[in-house]
Design a protein around this ligand. Structure first.
Ligand code: OGA
Ligand code: MN
Length: 333
């Protein structure tokens, strides 16, 4: 098979034959059909009985929002949706947010292509490992096939998105590109008292220069000193606006000079960040998702981080991604 993929091919991978008959029969999109099946790990649940290609009534929307607050990451299998239905599904959880990476790509002269990189919808990003010819590659100027280190989306802007969603159109046949999520409420709760004390009242500057695969954003200069690090300042602990619970909020980690804690020496900041990161990324706080075509996954950037394993760069992987508006992080102190 040619690795050159056409949009028509990718749009039909997730077909599962949903019909209005399911809706009429009450087997989907009703409170009775709704089921949340926890992963058994520290976070995450699969939601059954919801089909985003069909209308979702208000009582089911409410059940979805409650499940999201409880499980932090929601998985929906076998969704067969277009971008409008994708955005409508995201709208259940919050208003659309324009991806922060989009302006870097457009300013650098990249064109809207609707296939490999930039969608015509400002709030839909195409997360693929394809180049402009539709060929899988290691580096496509975005996340490519790279490992994506633990991070929370867009923490390098003043008002980061509350949640992000990925919809899998094409996934590699032989693995790679698994996405893990971790529970940062639990990471905060189980932080040794001495570390809780060390971060109380502390803020961190979030470096915007590189994406989560470590690729320098188009048109941006790599910082060589902490003074050159550009990005907003957020508290190291934030209070979730819906649940009222505290979560550790680390953003992402790059080699120095990058994120740093305000009001500490460089060495102290690095040493404290090392300890916080070692704790926050403990495997016991995480759950790993292995993708199938048609999977739709929603996560909460206010209380989770996520990670993606490297993709075999001979295998195509195409996701559509959207984010929903959040609020500036609020410190508990
Ligand atoms: C993202 C991201 C991971 C993946 O889109 O924000 O981190 O699995 N993606 O592609
Ligand atoms: Mn991400």
């Amino acid at each position: 098979m040619s690795t050159q993929l056409m949009q028509e091919d990718v749009m039909h991978i997730a077909s599962h034959g949903s019909t209005a008959a399911h809706l009429a029969a009450g087997t989907v999109n009703t409170p009775a059909a709704f089921r949340a099946v926890p992963t058994g790990a520290a976070l995450g649940a699969e939601i059954q009985g919801v089909d985003f290609s069909l209308p979702v009534p208000e009582d089911v929307k409410q059940a979805l929002r409650e499940a999201w607050a409880r499980y932090l990451v929601l998985l929906f299998r076998n969704q067969d949706i277009d971008d409008h239905q994708f955005l409508a599904a995201a709208g259940v959880f919050g208003p659309p947010h324009e991806a922060a990476s989009r302006k870097y790509h457009l300013n650098a002269g990249r064109k809207i292509d609707n296939k490999y990189m930039i969608s015509q919808h400002p709030s839909v990003s195409i997360i693929s490992n394809l180049d402009e010819n539709g060929i899988p590659v290691k580096d496509n100027g975005s996340l490519g096939s790279y490992e994506v280190v633990w991070h929370t989306d867009n923490s390098y802007v003043e008002v980061p998105p509350a949640g992000s969603m990925l919809y899998a159109l094409v996934v590699p046949a032989n693995g790679g590109g698994d996405t893990s999520f971790n529970n940062q409420y639990l990471a905060y709760d189980e932080l040794p008292e001495e570390l809780k004390h060390a971060i109380e009242g502390k803020d961190q500057v979030h470096d915007s220069s590189r994406n989560s695969a470590g690729v320098l954003r188009p048109g941006v200069k790599l910082p060589t000193t902490p003074e050159e690090v550009e990005g907003p300042t957020h508290p190291l602990v934030r209070v979730h606006p819906v649940t009222g619970k505290r979560a550790l909020y680390l953003g992402r980690r790059r080699d120095w000079p990058s994120n740093y804690i305000v009001g500490m020496s460089n060495a102290e900041s690095e040493a404290l960040l090392d300890r916080l990161w070692a704790h926050a990324t403990r495997p016991g706080y995480a759950w790993t998702h292995k993708w199938r075509g048609g999977d739709f996954v929603l996560w909460d950037n206010r209380c989770c981080m996520h990670y993606r394993s490297e993709i075999d760069s001979t295998q195509p992987r195409i996701m559509h991604r959207t984010t929903i508006k959040g609020e500036a992080p609020v410190a508990p102190w």
